[in-house]
Design a binder for this molecule. Sequence first.
Ligand code: NAD
Length: 433
Amino acid sequence: MRITVVGAGYVGLTTGACFAHLGNEVLVVEKIPQKVELLKSGRSPIYEPGLEELLRENIKEGRLRFTSDLREGLEFSEVIFICVGTPQAPDGSADLSQVEEVARETAKLMTSYKLLVEKSTVPVNTHKLVKRTVYRYLKDKSIPYDVASNPEFLREGSAIEDFLKPDRIVVGVESERAKSIFQELYKSFDCPVIYTDPATSELIKHASNSFLAMKISFINMVADLCEKTGADVKLVADGMGYDKRIGRAFLNAGIGYGGSCFPKDVKAFIRMAQDYGLDFGLLKDVEKINQERPVRFLDKIKYVLWSLKDKKVAVWGLSFKPNTDDIREAPSIRIVELLLKEGAYLSLYDPKAMENFKLVFPEGRQVNYAKDMYSAVENASVLLILTEWEEFQKANLQRVKELMELPVIVDGRNIFEKDAMKSMGFEYYAVGR
Ligand code: NAD
């Protein structure tokens, strides 16, 4: 099939590369010309494992192309995947201006049938607004079109695997014509494909993300209880997780959820409920618990070090999760802010996210970026672990101990075993254990 993808971010690039990999012809429309140039040369503007290789392979095979011209995208295919950003607006709602722009500009340029697919995460009933906008701007009102919802559930860091082998595919459609396009598109996928109406599909995505965020905040509160009582949150999560009704995933206690999805999606869900006259108090607590995590983590560091003023603090991990360079809403941002206020000198290291982090915290008197994880810890009074990169789990801890001023680790991601760390001579503080 021929497919047009609008937006070359984490979702758009993965969608484009994976559909091309499955044998489709794909044209990705991206409005930032520098990104298009970079992509044309086979380089990815973001770090996502395996993505650059997949892009190159499909560009070479002639199945994947890039442009900044939406008109070209519309001439190329009748299926338009909208993969643009839906960031948080100042009032907590989803800012849908990028989606509106695509709908409006598409309508102005449309000369034949189009299926507009919302892959971006949008509040329930956004499809109605997209439909209305297309109709308003359509020059020839007799041109047929459909608007469908096909939310994306991929996780950064394992985006390609998640796209190609999803747990399920959700499609919200209103016409047989649109449904048959999706049936063709997804016929090679070996997972349940749920066909529903667009409002239900839109809601499935937001409800799923909010539920997962709820699991994280839940286990983080349990972690606090564990710290007060001497129980071990990892074992509590294991014990809970064996129950099929609960499941072990998303029960890792730590410094809270971040990223470009959960924080904004939970906020948007609360706001959306409010717009319909409902108070989603449960999710307000989920958010409150999450916002408190960096402060609780700082309290722990202060309890360990007493004063942070003029101390050298090494930080391993800046991205909001491993295997990505994405730092959007990463807990590390808030924690670094708090550490700087305390007067600490920071030596930061992340395998992929340092360039992005430098844009928020440029190198300076209190902020230094280390070339590797070992130089980060040289003469440090404490090592903080903020992202569970595999590289850190495999670190030579003997070397780390020798390089540090004091062998003290405060681990915000519970990546090491307490007893083993103790027997190596570390003072090791984790979360909820
Ligand atoms: P992103 O910000 O990384 O990428 C969006 C891209 O769209 C940018 O490159 C931007 O320049 C481009 N763009 C904006 N307006 C455009 C236009 N009019 N024409 C062409 N290009 C345009 O965003 P993302 O992380 O890929 O997320 C996209 C959507 O998918 C969001 O709604 C997000 O909530 C959702 N989502 C994200 C993830 C994730 O893990 N990142 C997972 C599932 C769903």
